[in-house]
Design a protein around this ligand. Structure first.
Ligand SMILES: [Ca+2]
Ligand SMILES: [Ca+2]
Length: 230
């Protein structure tokens, strides 16, 4: 065989192997869409809101990575009492709480940039290096803008991957710290909705989206919102 044909053959085999390996990696993901007694939709739908607390089922190292093995919200800050909000995913490591809207002015405080709704579950106690995966159903191929409902008491960075490909690099999340708030603990409860933290191309079909905490942590994530760019 002429050297040039050998080279072409070698390249073809390499490309084929690379393709097979890539397919193999994505098909090995064993996480499945979240569901429970109240949420039965399956894969979250894009365009639309993606609730951060509905990360996939599958556990540590598969559907999420969390820094410690307790849920600091469900069963911690919010003691087990039989209620849905206090026991949501209580046996998983990702830390989850919910917005408290009442006379205590915890999440309905005067220092919010955007007021959250009542009883909204959110992922909190976030640390750099943590991530969560979401099986999503993209209904339309296109360029999407991404919004985020969050708090961040000192600013931070997140990133978004689709099918394990980082599509955004580090996204800077503006701080929601307000020095005028006399209550230190409430710096974790100043909510903001940031309309366009990133723009990403998504292809119609089922994909696995990863939300990673890149820097600082201490952010609370209520939901991401994906809108087709006009
Ligand atoms: Ca934890
Ligand atoms: Ca939420």
């Amino acid at each position: 065989m002429k050297p040039i044909y050998q080279l072409v053959l070698l390249l073809t085999v390499t490309v084929l192997l690379a393709t097979l390996c890539t397919k193999n990696t994505s098909s090995q993901y064993s996480g499945t869409p979240f569901s429970d007694s109240l949420y039965t939709t399956g894969a979250q739908i894009i365009p639309g809101k993606l609730q951060c607390e509905y990360y996939d089922l599958g556990g540590e190292g598969i559907a999420y990575h969390d820094s410690d093995s307790t849920n600091s919200g469900s069963g911690g800050l919010n003691p087990a009492d039989g209620s849905y909000l206090h026991e949501f995913r209580i046996n998983e490591d990702v830390d989850i709480s919910y917005t408290k809207i009442d006379e205590r002015e915890i999440d309905n405080n005067p220092f919010n940039s955007v007021d959250p709704q009542k009883d909204q579950l959110y992922v909190g106690w976030t640390e750099p290096g943590e991530w969560m995966k979401y099986t999503v159903h993209v209904q339309k191929t296109g360029l999407y803008t991404v919004g985020l409902m969050y708090t961040s008491n000192r600013g931070g960075q997140i990133s978004l991957s689709v099918d394990d490909q980082d599509l955004t690099g580090p996204i800077i999340i503006p701080t929601t710290f307000v020095k005028e708030d006399p209550l230190d603990w409430r710096q974790w409860h100043h909510w903001n909705y940031q309309e366009n933290i990133a723009e990403i191309e998504l292809i119609k079909g089922i994909h696995v989206l990863t939300l990673s905490t890149v820097a600082e942590g201490s952010m609370n994530y209520d939901f991401l919102e994906f809108s087709l760019k006009k």
